[in-house]
Design a binder for this molecule. Structure first.
Ligand code: NBP
Length: 475
């Protein structure tokens, strides 16, 4: 019997995905550029299921039933293109090539077009959940032709995380839609982590020990903030460094790394003109953390408060931080989902935003109780933005006093909260009946004759600022 599916790339993600497939009863062909890696995987895990290792790519392809289903899990970028180029001459029309790596969606669009030209299906599948997710059930976001999903979907759904009996995998849309959605998922993940970092710094400013902070996060994880990231924050804060006896987090260098997906989310949002300010602040916060020269020069020059926060009622302020965190998180999710809606309109994808929230409920890094709420709000009616959903708007209104108090206290104490404050600014901008953009338009017309529209009549207008001051209609 031929294999049902093949996996190329036996590094941690590919081998875990192959094992997950085998655990679910699929016959799995496996291949890696360096054969020793395949041998190691089979030696360690070959008994877990029906694997078909191949040392040559041609043998790997020949071992697959048709239409062939091949998942590529190699390093993103050049290695993915090299693998695709090696595969194309070996495949036949109707075969399906899946890129499960973290590809930029524009690359996926390019690759899909190329393979479509050769009569092949190309599926860009975002896979979230890290190595544990790949093994035990990730969240999978496949984009490509609907036809390919008919052949591929049932297998992917069988290995995805399951929530309430439903798989965390659904058809997203054509060509780059899956990788676009995965990219935005990562952008939201950046924002989530930035908010958690700000809450941690505020708790520290209140003078809590790391154990106390860990307890606060553990308590928060039993309520509306229930999520994977809050859960592991508690564990990370509780960890004591064996070498120094200090909390581990205090001996970790405070320079955050990034691999690019957050930056892509913001770059794409800029191209689309969709405001993702909280996500952008999270990317910039990592950037400033990893700017040692800028920080060293500024530390020597700049004065300000120490970050210590004095409050009369510590418990009450901790609860206000919880509300600020929750409200900011809602705004970041709203911004990400807005980007998906705008991206879908721009690229011609028919993306169901509620279904996206549904498949993020399990398996992925941003899995959170909030996503069930988002899913049901989108299922209940068509929403332009999450912020207008009745239950969400009501709770944001109830949280806003706490949110404002936390941002004000942080600013006074010198604790940087770019995430909380930009999310709050988005909330206030989005609900404002009038924005200061009217003055911006006046200024643009003054120095550049860029024209403006009026609230009281149709048309485009310009004022002769430097001559007679009269208003003229320009269209
Ligand atoms: P890596 O990203 O570390 O890539 C290693 C794999 O790429 C090996 O199988 C290697 O083969 C292969 N490879 C390279 Br490098 N250059 C190649 C080439 N020119 N031709 C063919 N194969 C080549 O592996 P990973 O961490 O398992 O991640 C795989 C993908 O999954 C990446 O796109 C990653 O962004 C994505 N992803 C990772 C995570 C995570 O938590 N790690 C989560 C979600 C998605 P070799 O053995 O011959 O060198």
């Amino acid at each position: 019997q031929l294999a049902n599916i093949g996996v190329i790339g036996m590094a941690v993600m590919g081998s875990n995905l192959a094992r997950n497939l085998a655990h679910h009863g699929h016959r799995v062909a496996v291949f890696n550029r360096t054969t020793a890696r395949t041998d190691e995987m089979i030696a360690a895990h070959g008994s877990e299921g029906d694997f078909r290792p191949a040392a040559e790519l041609a043998d790997f392809v020949a071992s697959l039933e048709r239409p062939r289903r091949i998942i590529i899990m190699v390093k993103a970028g050049g290695p993915t293109d090299a693998t695709i180029d090696a595969l194309i001459p070996l495949l036949e029309p109707g075969d399906i090539v899946v890129d499960g790596g973290n590809a930029f969606f524009e690359d996926t669009r390019r690759r899909e077009e190329k393979l479509r030209g050769a009569g092949l299906h190309f599926v860009g599948a975002g896979i979230s959940g890290g190595e544990v997710g790949a093994l035990e059930g990730p969240s999978i976001m496949p984009g490509g032709s609907k036809e390919s999903y008919a052949a591929l979907g049932p297998i992917l759904e069988s290995i995805a995380a399951q929530v309430d009996g439903e798989p965390c995998c659904t058809y997203i849309g054509t060509d780059g839609a899956g990788h676009f959605v995965k990219m935005v998922h990562n952008g939201i993940e950046y924002a989530d982590m930035q908010f958690i970092g700000e809450a941690y710094e505020l708790l520290k400013g209140l003078g809590l020990s790391h154990t106390e902070m860990a307890d606060v996060f553990a308590t928060w994880n039993t309520g509306d903030l229930d999520s994977y990231l809050i859960e592991i924050t508690s564990e990370v804060l509780r960890k004591v460094d064996a070498a120094t006896g200090k909390p581990l987090v205090e001996v970790i260098v405070d320079a955050a790394g990034m691999k690019g997906t957050g930056t892509w989310t913001v770059q794409s949002a800029l191209n689309l003109g969709t405001p993702v300010s909280a996500i952008a602040e999270a990317v910039f916060a990592r950037a400033i953390s990893s700017s040692p020269d800028l920080r060293a020069a500024s530390q020597a020059a700049l004065a300000g408060p120490s970050g210590a926060i004095a409050v009369d009622d510590r418990a009450a302020f901790i609860d206000q931080i919880r509300q600020a965190l929750w409200a900011s998180k809602v705004v970041a999710y709203a911004q990400g989902l807005d980007e998906i809606r705008m991206g879908a309109a721009d690229y011609g994808w028919d993306i169901n935003v509620g279904e996206v929230a549904k498949i993020w409920r399990g398996g992925c890094i941003i899995r959170a109780k909030l996503l069930e709420r988002i899913r049901s709000e989108y299922a209940a009616g068509s929403l332009t933005t999450l912020l207008e959903a009745p239950s969400v708007a009501k709770e944001l209104a109830a949280s806003q006093d706490a949110w404002r108090a936390v941002v004000a206290a942080a600013v006074t104490a010198g604790v940087p909260v770019p995430g909380f404050s930009s999310a709050l600014a988005h909330y206030d901008q989005a609900r404002a009946p009038r924005l200061n953009a009217a003055l911006t338009q006046g200024l643009r017309d003054y120095f550049g004759a860029h024209t403006y529209r009026r609230v009281d009549k149709e048309g485009t207008f310009h004022t002769n600022w430097s001559t007679d001051g009269a208003e003229v209609r320009e269209d």
